[in-house]
Design a protein around this ligand. Structure first.
Ligand SMILES: Cc1cc2nc3c(=O)[nH]c(=O)nc-3n(C[C@H](O)[C@H](O)[C@H](O)COP(=O)(O)O)c2cc1C
Length: 194
């Protein structure tokens, strides 16, 4: 069994993110090969990164309680799904700031992506794959892109009827199966070299 965190990358009050998050949590919690936990950046409000040295060097030295709470939470997972909004062809500043504030907590763990927007956040996801490599993560190929054919109906669905995401379920299954494979493999590797 591997523990996966769903990291919600958008924090704005009127965000769409909660709708796909509800679908993902419902579907993934039905699987027996993983445990899923929602990790909402709203619950980890961090100042703009302001440390004299990178967390890659300072490792788990947390100068504030807020950073300690974020770092310790991320440390608990064997793998991640980043739920990605696209703002001006990139991922959110909130997500970048949260990532820059930590480092070893993410090392040698896989990350998969679910994006939404005009192009399913494809541009933001591609950028995140590059960033993930710098965090010594394994960014995965299988992704879910919520394109306008599903994004539009989901925007209109209030409260959300998660059935609108049904066309994406085969892709989600593929993503989850692959993520579990990598999470198990890298967990074994981390344990062997601990
Ligand atoms: C500042 C801003 C920039 C945006 N830029 C893009 C963009 O580059 N590409 C895109 O597909 N959608 C873009 N959108 C539309 C978002 O995809 C849409 O608002 C989505 O709901 C944002 O996610 P959120 O509601 O969870 O924050 C942008 C929205 C905002 C607020």
């Amino acid at each position: 069994m591997v523990h996966i965190q769903l990291i919600i990358g958008s924090t704005r009050d009127t965000r769409f993110a909660d709708k796909p998050a509800a679908w993902l949590l419902e579907r993934l919690s039905a699987r027996e090969d993983l445990t899923i936990e929602k990790v909402d950046l709203r619950d980890y409000p961090l100042p703009f990164y302001n440390s004299p040295r990178s967390p890659a060097f300072t490792q788990r030295e947390y100068p504030t309680e807020a950073l300690a709470a974020w770092g310790r939470k991320v440390d608990e997972a064997d793998g991640y799904i980043f739920l990605v909004a696209e703002y001006n062809h990139a991922y959110t500043a909130a997500l970048k700031n949260a990532l820059d504030s930590i480092y070893p907590e993410l090392n040698r763990k896989p990350v998969a992506f679910v994006g939404y927007g005009g192009v399913g956040a494809a541009r933001a996801v591609e950028q995140l794959r590059l960033v993930a490599v710098e965090f010594e993560m394994a960014p995965l190929r299988h992704a879910v892109h919520i394109l306008p054919d599903v994004f539009g109906p989901a925007l209109q669905s209030n409260p959300i009827d998660i059935a609108v995401f049904a066309p994406l379920e085969p892709r989600l299954e593929k993503l989850a199966t692959d993520l579990v494979w990598w999470a198990q493999a890298l967990k074994a590797g981390r344990t062997a070299t601990a």
